[in-house]
Design a protein around this ligand. Structure first.
Ligand code: ADP
Ligand code: MG
Length: 684
């Protein structure tokens, strides 16, 4: 009866949606009802009261209880945007920032970018009237470079704090300092401004009017205290509370229906295949309700999507009503929203998601969850300095979050594609990212904020000393740090200003000197998106032949310049990034000139920036990565896969059953000693 009821709800939803297009007023009312029905609505007054009484508050609640969409609206109604203050909400993921902002703008009945907006790297949809601003945690960190007190924010909500991304951890440390400074009031603020004025770098970064406005803010009025709210879906608020000196935690009671957990009898050898079988099994045998599948990344998602569509025609006509919707971080925003639309009557939605759907976004209508139990993470091996993306088993906490998604609106089922005995062996929770990543960006950032003592910084969890030292070494080799571990001028300071990985920033800085910045901007933009080349699993060979027709014998980077519109989605995204970083570069006074048809300078620039990723061919056709000593192989997707030049640089190391390197360019061995003598002094 429950499923029947859901079905009828579903139908009314669709009918309502149709009607509402013509009747915005009715739609508004509908939102009103929805908002009142959320679990968080019951504690609106309590929450406002707690925020009033506590400068730092921790809010813990089940996914879907309304934390992300509602709390900022409550605070706005509660007067926290008076005097032009902004409520900032940070998300670890871009998709979440975008989709949630859209949703809240709709709920408030305002155009996106007006009172409610979002800002993510390479995209700013806010205006002077924006009062509720969703953004990535990384973006807020960048804003701190321009405004060290984050003075325009009255409240900052750090959402999804349980994810413990490296940006979240650094942000928490920074906010702690900012809060202290701001509560000390006006006289101190002016002092700090002196310090800032002395710090030439920070001042240089403000353009004239910004400096003036910051000075005015500091001198003209007392800086208002900063309210910090940390939101988390994990029930364990202790670590945050301790870090903020015993801050209070409020628990929002969620609504959770029972979820049946099903395990496989044997371990699966191919979880993609097992996923497909399970999707169709649910579709054929189970009642109505949408399916949410957790996969590890874009490639897996696109391949499962294709396989589902290939198998659909084999079903009887009446059973073909299955729709797939992908959602992953680099999906363009216009496609991201589709996942929230109810399926047409009689259709079943299959949502193919990365771990973004664990807690960051709540998709209504899910009754079935398929969890292969895997997740893709970046890791850092301090011993080799490499940072491979690897696919590992989820933690218990992640598995529980995933299964929880099936019980939001009624009883559900979760299919874990591994045996029950395996669950017991999983780690309790995920290791914070700061413990397993290259810290060069963090260090660059902290140094640019004037925080020189990295090892002494008050992190919520201290990163490994060796990782800090290794990352400092990398920055030193790239010329960003001086021998005294200070930010160098101008390389380090320019690098801190570019919203890119240090190696990419270095590539742009060098290219501007070698008159090939025009080309390097394209290369870096292309490297910043997932592959622009479309290579389905089943048609790998054909796609490779197609690629050959425009491949550059010099390698993948130069092939990217030949820009064929293959995966138009990625190409469009790359274009957006390109125009943004081009603007950045121009603002910083770089000269965007082209090297024309002679691409030699471009390859030399690649050598001069990617020299830590140089590799030499060995007699057996594999390569030895020079700085790590690892044996690596050219990924089959590379245009140099068969050519195998003697000396190459690469962009990325992907660890599957082999150490694969991707995005490769041919270079001359002698360039290394010439262009990176700090690393490769020639032996006499
Ligand atoms: P939390 O942050 O506590 O996980 P949210 O505020 O994100 O919860 O979501 C609250 C509810 O709002 C969800 O359960 C869902 O029903 C609804 N919701 C959120 N975002 C959207 C959206 N983009 N489209 C439709 N419904 C949404
Ligand atoms: Mg949320």
């Amino acid at each position: 009866s429950n499923s029947a009821q859901r079905q009828s709800n579903h139908n009314t939803d669709v009918n309502q949606l149709k009607k509402l297009k013509a009747e915005p007023f009715a739609r508004r009312q509908n939102f009103e009802q929805h908002r009142k029905s959320l679990p968080i609505a019951a504690v609106e007054k309590v929450l406002l009261e707690e925020v009033r009484n506590n400068d730092t508050l921790i809010v813990v609640g089940e996914t879907g209880s309304g934390k992300t969409t509602q709390l900022p609206q409550y605070l706005n109604n509660g007067g926290y945007c008076r005097d032009g203050g902004i409520i900032g909400i940070t998300q670890p993921r871009r998709v979440a920032a975008v989709t949630v902002a859209k949703r809240v703008a709709e709920e408030c009945g305002v155009a996106l970018g007006q009172q409610v907006g979002y800002a993510i790297r390479f995209e700013d949809v806010t205006s002077r009237s924006t009062r509720i601003k969703y953004m990535t945690d990384g973006l807020l960190l960048r804003e701190a470079l321009l405004d060290s007190y984050l003075s325009k924010y009255s409240v900052i909500i750090v959402d999804e704090a349980h994810e413990r991304t490296v940006h979240t951890d650094v942000l928490l440390g920074l906010l702690k300092t900012v809060q202290k400074t701001r509560s000390q009031g006006v006289s101190d603020a002016v002092n700090i401004d002196h310090r800032e004025a002395k710090n030439g770098m920070l001042l240089e970064k403000h353009n004239g009017s910004e400096v003036a406005s910051i000075l005015k803010q500091c001198q003209g009025k007392k800086l208002s205290p900063l309210k910090i709210i940390i939101m988390s879906a994990s029930l364990d608020a202790r670590v945050f509370s301790e870090y903020f000196g015993g801050a209070r935690a409020v628990h929002v009671q969620g609504r959770q229906y029972p979820v049946d957990i099903l395990y496989t009898r044997q371990p699966e050898t191919d979880y993609i295949d097992a996923t497909l079988i399970t999707i169709f099994q649910i579709h054929m045998e189970e009642g109505p309700g949408d399916i949410l599948v957790f996969l590890t990344g874009q490639e897996e998602i696109e391949s499962v999507e294709r396989l589902v569509h290939e198998r659909l025609p084999q079903l009887s006509e009446s059973k073909r009503k299955l729709l797939t919707f992908p959602i992953f971080s680099s999906l363009p925003s216009e496609k991201q929203m589709k996942v929230f639309m109810p399926a047409p009557v009689g259709f079943r939605k299959v949502i193919l998601a990365t771990n973004i759907a664990e807690t960051s976004v709540t998709i209504p209508g899910i009754k079935y969850v398929i969890d292969p139990g895997m997740v893709k993470v970046r890791t850092y091996e301090a011993s080799t300095g490499i940072e491979p993306l690897i696919i590992i088993k989820t933690s218990k906490a992640q598995a529980l979050q995933r299964s929880g998604r099936a019980g939001r609106e009624g009883p559900g089922k979760c299919y874990r594609l591994y045996p029950e005995s395996e669950f017991d062996k999983l780690k309790d929770s995920t290791t914070p990212e700061i413990k397993r990543c290259n810290l060069s960006n963090v260090i660059l950032h902290l140094k640019a904020l004037g925080i020189d003592d990295i090892i002494g910084f008050d992190f919520i969890e201290q990163p490994d000393r060796i990782a800090i030292i290794k990352s400092m070494e990398l920055l030193f080799l790239l010329g960003a740090l001086t021998e005294e571990s200070k930010l160098s001028d101008p390389v380090g300071q320019k690098m801190a200003r570019l919203p890119l990985d240090p190696i990419y920033s270095k590539a742009l800085i060098i290219a501007s000197q070698f008159n090939c910045l025009e080309e390097m901007l394209i290369v870096v933009a292309m490297l910043s998106v997932e592959s622009i080349f479309y290579a389905p699993r089943e048609k790998l060979e054909e796609s490779r032949i197609a690629l050959k027709s425009f491949a550059s014998p010099q390698g993948d980077h130069l092939t990217l310049l030949n820009e064929n519109f293959i995966n138009s989605r990625s190409v469009k995204h790359a274009r957006d990034i390109h125009s943004q970083i081009r603007r950045n570069a121009e603002q910083m006074g770089f000269h965007v000139t082209s090297c024309g048809d002679d691409l030699l300078p471009l390859r030399r620039c690649l050598a001069a920036s990617f020299f830590l990723n140089a590799a030499l061919k060995q007699p057996d056709g594999t390569y030895r990565a020079l700085s790590s000593g690892l044996t690596v192989q050219i990924h089959p997707s590379s245009v140099l896969f068969r050519m195998k030049p003697d000396c190459i640089i690469f962009d990325e190391l992907v660890r599957t059953n082999h150490n694969y390197i991707r995005n490769i360019s041919r270079i001359d061995y002698l360039w290394l000693a010439e262009l990176a003598p700090q690393c490769y002094a020639l032996q006499e």
